[in-house]
Design a protein around this ligand. Sequence first.
Ligand SMILES: Cc1ncc(COP(=O)(O)O)c(C=O)c1O
Length: 500
Amino acid sequence: MTHELLIRIDKKLATSFTRQIYEQILQSITSGCLRIGDPIPSTRLMAEKIQVSRSVILQAYEQLQAEGYLEMRRGAGTFIAANAAVIDTDLFYSEANIDNELMVNVPNFKSVENNPLSRNVNSHATILYDFRHGIPAWDTFPMDRWQRALTEACRRATPEMLTYGSAEGSLALREEIARLVRSTRSIPASAEQIVITSGATQALDILARLCLKDGEQVIVENPTHNVLREIFRFSGGEVIPVRVDEDGICVHEINQSIAIHSKEADSHPKLIYVTPSHQFPVGVTMSFNRRIELLDWARRTGAFIIEDDYDSEYRYVGPKVSALAGLDSSGRVIYVGSFSKILFPALRIGYAILPYVLLKPFLAIKWITDRMSPTLEQEALADFIQSGQYAKHVSYMSKLYASRRACLVNALDQEFGDRVHYFGDEAGLHLLIELDTSVNEELIAKKAMQYGTQIYPASDYYIDSQPSKATFLLGYANLSKSQIRAGIKLVARAEQECKE
Ligand SMILES: Cc1ncc(COP(=O)(O)O)c(C=O)c1O
């Protein structure tokens, strides 16, 4: 695409027109707006656009050419020359250019995957086996079916579908989701209670903006997702961590945790954020008694429960458990779902099922901050679910992931024997493992990286306390069995070499 070159001629200046054009093009090159190889307009077009004679433009171009900035190719046009001294825009991103005052509020996540500032970290290392969590398998995604659904949505698009629509999202998709959660999660939801969001992440952000004012408390599981918990802090909430045991969050310890962690002596939590189906990252399923205890606590305190059901579709052991929202008779549970794990994260479609009292204010924040989520993808997704493709995909992937999970457990057993302990292997797309070793988890991860294997230390997920052993979160969904075996072998080799 030819660069537009927005040149402004000031007739009042003493500087000649040629010089003004020369200087403005040079400025565009040194600022990085024009890059090596970019085509610029012909002298004829330029002359018409800025209303000066063609010879004036030609003189400016010729001077830039003589100085090595421009290259005129006969019959092809004028381009920024290959040896033009173009600035390195990556310099803008260097540590030296990060404003430390602006960074005060931004956490510096340790784990590479979650660190927005680690853009270039490991860019030279080749990753052969990436055990990143939460990434579904790409190779088995029915892209042709998805493409068909998208094409069909484009074909059916009406002017109404292409303009600003409603903040709650496509009715067709909300109806499909309502049907889905009624049958697979036992939630008696209707489409009016559902708002489509940009992933579960945006649903959490809107809820934080809505429910947390300066310093108000939100209870989170400890450990919990390190990025998602920051959403609450950014909205000014006070994050109170509460321990997780084999039954889920320790509801009976909430008051004690508030007393330990809160700045306020007299406090009333507004939100509690939990992952009952498959606790993130430990993986336990919240027991029935603990669910009842939690609902009771919410009723007594007036807090809302956010149930993040991010990967409940994949359960390998025992029957599927119904959602916490299905047990709620007093309108305290906000159910948050996502299509990131079943389809793909870049789709950015999630949803919240809201108690009626929260619906209007939630929609107002969605409208103010984002207007609405992209309509055509929502229509395509509705079609994908309605046609049965979605259920077929979940069923196929469940079997595939179960076999990959078994392979990972097997490989870990083979390499580490009784030195490895895993948690959360009944569901989801990841395992949390603890390793009996004298070596620090960061060192093992660094060494494994040298062998092209990326594993993720889990200590970042713990608030205030650290696990006593080397702990890793291993995603396995997007690795074949042979990749899983080869990767774990290299992790064992890395750990062994760190010890020597
Ligand atoms: C605990 C948890 N909740 C939700 C999500 C999904 O977020 P989103 O729907 O914004 O992609 C993830 C993704 O990894 C997650 O780990």
